[in-house]
Design a protein around this ligand. Structure first.
Ligand SMILES: Nc1nc2c(ncn2[C@@H]2O[C@H](COP(=O)(O)OP(=O)(O)OP(=O)(O)O)[C@@H](O)[C@H]2O)c(=O)[nH]1
Ligand SMILES: [Mg+2]
Length: 148
């Protein structure tokens, strides 16, 4: 099955985003979740171990995902930039995501602009809590998958 990976530091909101994208209301501990994109393509969403965890298996996941969501939840994102390089090398189509956007007074816009500038990636602001930006991100994932 085609895979979309969710990468980010510990507590960056990876699991919450996975459930928001699948519309699941109940949080459960699962590493994989099936998501139907436009009701046609079955896609596997892959939750990963924090990229700031020593010996993280996230790199292994990076080898098999077609689309990678790189979450950024605060304004120190050097580690995330390093992971973006790794994800590029593995051939994934990368989308930068400012997660927990409701915790920023501007909805994460300033951070997103900085990420966009430094990485050159398309960057979305999302909140799993309020649902802000989830539909837009879903549409972009769909667009990337239909390109391949
Ligand atoms: N305000 C706010 N809190 C969030 C959001 N998403 C997640 N959280 C909270 O942030 C914390 C971490 O969320 P998780 O989804 O567990 O993060 P994670 O990246 O999966 O964490 P690990 O699996 O431990 O690495 C939890 O307390 C969530 O309730 C969000 O969009 N807004
Ligand atoms: Mg998690």
């Amino acid at each position: 099955m085609r895979q979309v990976g969710i990468f980010g530091k510990r507590k960056s909101g990876k699991s919450a985003l996975m459930y928001a994208l699948t519309g699941h209301k109940i949080r459960q501990d699962a590493a994989l979740c099936a998501m139907e994109i436009s009701g046609v393509t079955k896609v596997m969403l892959v939750d990963t171990v924090g990229v700031d965890v020593e010996g993280s298996t996230a790199l292994k996941s990076a080898q098999t995902v077609e689309v990678a969501l790189m979450l950024i939840a605060d304004d120190s994102f050097e580690l995330e930039l390093a992971w973006i390089s790794k994800l590029r090398k593995s051939g994934s189509s990368i989308i930068a995501v400012v997660s927990r956007a409701d915790t920023f007074s501007d909805g994460g816009q300033a951070l997103a602009a900085a990420v966009r500038e430094v990485s050159g990636l398309e960057t979305f602001c999302v909140s799993a809590t309020t649902g802000a930006g989830i539909e837009e991100l879903d549409a972009e994932i769909n667009r990337r998958l239909s390109k391949e």
